[in-house]
Write a protein that binds this ligand. Structure first.
Ligand code: TYD
Ligand code: MG
Length: 456
C-alpha cells in the first residue's frame, strides 16, 4: 500500500496522484495529499474471532437511555441505544441545539452522565440557553472545543453515557490536510468519533447542518457511518418542528415526532390531528387536504398549488414535496387530461413546513394543480389520498384504516380513495375511483381537452 493517497476535499473522491481539478466534481485545487495510516498486517492474531450469531447479546430495553420525552423516544424506537451513533441533521436555526440540550438534561436528570461538546456556542451562550430552558442538571457537562483529539480525550476521560457534538462541521482534525469543514474532514472526524463511541459504549449524537439542497455535509457520505439518522425539519417562520428517523438500525424508520417551538423551548405535540390545517383558507382554488401517515402517525395536511401563465421558461417550485415527483405529476396531467401546463409557472406548497415523502400525496398534488389551473375550488370537506401511475391510474395506499379514522375524527365527510382498497367507514362518504379522469368527474368537473375545466 502506498504511503499517501490524494483526496478531493470537496467530494471525497480518492486518486493515486495529484490532479489540478477533480474529474468527478469539477472543483479546482481541491485535491490534497493525505497520508495513509500503516496497517499492521503481521499481527493477524489480534483480529476478533467470528462468533455464532446466537451468542451475540441482544439489545435490551435497559440498554437504552430514555429521554422521557415521548416524541423523541418513539422516533428512536424506545430511546437511545447505549454505544450507538446518531446523526441529527437539520437546517441552521431550526432548533437542533435546543432539542439536544433538553434531551441531555432529561437524561442527566435520571442520573446518567451527559456531555455537550459545542464548537459553535460559547459557555456563556450555552448557560443562557440552559437558564431559558431550565436545563441545568448537575450531571450535564459542557465543553467548548473544536479539536478532534481533545474531544476524543474528553469523551474517554469523563466516562459519560451520552455525548452530543454540536456540530460536526465545527470539528477540526489537524492531522487531516484537507481544509476545515471539507467533506473529507467531516467524514474522518465522524468515523473517529463513532469508533470511540462504540469502543467505550458511549452513545453519541452528532449534529450536522444540512445544506439548502438537503444534503448533510455535502453528499450523503456520513449516513453509512452511523446507526441512526434523524432529521429535524419545519418552517423557520412557523412554530411546528418535525423529528423524523430516516435510518434506524435499532427500530422502525419513518417514525415522526412533532414539537412546537415555544418561548421555553420545544414542547411535544402528541396529537398531530389537524395541527397543519390551522391557517386554512377554505375559499380559494388550488387547495386540498391530504391524509398523510408518517411512521404510524396519521395527520391531515393542506397542499396548495398556484398556476400562473409563464412569461418565459416555465418555473417550477415545490415546498414540502419532491421536485422530481412534481414534474412527473405535471406530465401525467398533461398527457391524461390534456392540460397545457408547459406554458404555466407552477408553485406547490405543503402548509406548515412539513415534508411529504409518501407517493400517496400524488392525487392531492394533481387535483390541487387542476383546481388552481381551472380556478375552480374543491369541496372544503374533502380529503384525498392515492398514488398516481404514469397512465393516470390510482394506486392503492397503505394504512387506509388509520387514515379513515383520522379523517372522521377531524370532522371531514368526503373521501376520495383508489379503487382497489377494501377499508370501510360507514360514517364517511367514501368514493373509490380507478383513475385521474374519474376523480375529476367525481368532483363534478367536466373536462374538455385543451380547454379549461368547467362545472357541469
Ligand atoms: P437553535 O436550537 O439554536 O437552532 P439550530 O441549533 O438548529 O441552529 O434554535 C434557534 C431558534 O429557536 C432561534 O431562532 C430561537 C428559537 N428558540 C425559541 O423560540 N425558543 C427557545 O426556547 C429557544 C432556546 C430558541
Ligand atoms: Mg445550533
Amino acid at each position: 500500500m502506498s504511503k499517501s493517497s490524494h483526496v478531493c476535499s470537496s467530494c471525497g473522491a480518492i486518486f493515486s496522484k495529484w490532479l489540478g481539478r477533480c474529474p468527478l466534481c469539477g472543483e479546482w485545487n481541491s485535491v490534497v495529499e493525505q497520508l495513509n495510516k500503516a496497517k499492521d498486517t503481521k499481527n493477524k492474531t489480534s483480529l476478533l474471532p467470528a462468533v455464532p450469531i446466537k451468542e451475540i447479546k441482544l439489545v435490551r430495553d435497559s440498554a437504552r437511555l430514555c429521554s422521557q420525552i415521548p416524541e423523541f423516544d418513539e422516533v428512536l424506537g424506545g430511546g437511545i441505544v447505549r454505544g450507538s451513533a446518531t446523526i441529527l441533521g437539520g437546517e441552521p436555526g431550526i432548533g437542533k441545539s435546543t432539542l439536544v440540550l433538553q434531551l441531555l438534561n432529561s437524561i442527566a436528570a435520571q442520573g446518567h452522565r451527559c456531555l455537550l461538546v459545542s464548537g459553535e456556542e460559547s459557555s456563556f451562550q450555552v448557560r443562557l440557553r440552559a437558564e431559558r430552558l431550565k436545563t441545568i442538571d448537575v450531571n450535564l457537562l459542557f465543553l467548548s472545543e473544536t479539536s478532534l483529539p481533545n474531544i476524543l480525550l474528553a469523551i474517554e476521560d469523563e466516562k459519560v453515557d451520552l455525548v452530543v457534538i454540536d456540530s460536526i462541521q465545527s470539528v477540526t482534525d489537524d492531522s487531516n490536510p484537507s481544509s476545515f469543514g471539507s467533506i473529507s474532514q467531516v467524514k474522518q472526524c465522524t468515523a473517529e468519533l463513532v469508533e470511540l463511541a462504540k469502543s467505550s459504549n458511549t452513545a453519541i449524537i452528532i449534529i450536522g447542518h444540512v445544506t439548502k439542497e438537503g444534503s448533510l455535509a455535502g453528499p450523503k457520505t456520513l449516513e453509512h457511518l452511523v446507526d441512526t439518522v434523524l432529521n429535524f425539519e419545519g418552517d423557520r417562520y412557523n412554530s411546528l418542528r418535525l423529528l423524523r428517523s430516516l435510518k434506524n438500525r435499532f427500530g422502525p424508520t419513518g417514525q415522526m415526532g412533532i414539537f412546537a417551538m415555544r418561548q421555553g423551548g420545544l414542547q411535544p405535540v402528541p396529537n398531530a390531528g389537524s395541527i397543519f390545517l390551522s391557517d386554512r383558507n377554505l375559499d380559494s382554488p388550488g387547495s386540498i387536504i391530504f391524509s398523510a401517515v408518517e411512521g404510524q402517525r396519521p395527520f391531515l395536511v393542506e397542499v396548495q398549488a398556484l398556476v400562473t401563465p409563464s412569461g418565459g421558461a416555465p418555473q417550477r417550485s415545490s415546498q414540502g414535496v419532491d421536485a422530481k415527483r412534481l414534474n412527473i405529476i405535471i406530465a401525467i396531467l398533461q398527457s391524461c387530461l390534456g392540460i397545457p401546463l408547459h406554458s404555466f409557472d407552477i408553485f406547490i406548497s405543503v402548509v406548515g413546513g412539513v415534508k411529504i415523502l409518501e407517493p400517496a400525496a400524488d392525487l392531492a398534488l394533481g387535483l390541487a394543480l387542476v383546481s388552481a389551473w381551472s380556478g375552480i375550488k374543491l369541496p372544503s370537506d374533502l380529503v384525498v389520498c392515492a398514488e398516481l401511475g404514469l397512465r393516470g391510474e390510482l394506486r392503492q395506499v397503505g394504512h387506509e384504516e388509520l387514515r379513515l379514522k383520522e379523517i372522521l375524527q377531524m370532522g371531514f365527510s368526503q373521501v376520495l380513495l383508489p379503487q382497489n382498497g377494501t377499508s370501510k367507514e360507514s360514517s364517511l362518504q367514501l368514493e373509490r375511483v380507478s383513475d385521474l379522469n374519474s376523480a375529476v368527474e367525481f368532483l363534478g368537473l367536466e373536462f374538455k381537452r385543451n380547454k379549461r375545466l368547467r362545472l357541469v
